[in-house]
Design a protein. Sequence first.
Length: 143
Amino acid sequence: MTTLVFGRDEELATWAEQSGIGPFQRPLTAIGVADGKGEKIMAVAIYNNYRHHSDIEVSFVAATPRWATQGNIRAMLHYPFVQLGVKRLSAITTKKNKRCRKLLTGLGFKQEGVHPFAGSDGATAITYGLYSEPAKKWVNQDG
């Protein structure tokens, strides 16, 4: 069993940054997933780069794949698509991060671009987008 963590944006962003991802541009919003006791963080979704009320970027950082339950994914996608009302969610990862790329495509993200030398240490970055219509399979758009 897991617990969702809200309202601790800086703490969760620091946890994510200490894992080697980031630094993340502020302002940001973070949703964490902790163990059933709410003590040990298992994963964090960082939302930043909110653009024109239609797009926001997400970064997923995880210590274990056990965070990725349907309920946790639903909550993490509910925030941008229902609360903010964005039309798309953007994600960027490196070509070599196969686990993240598999997660993104499993959630319905579509690969949009390949960017040589754009990742950290000159790695190839890949951009993905998830649009509000395909996201409906995860979130209840009716409230």
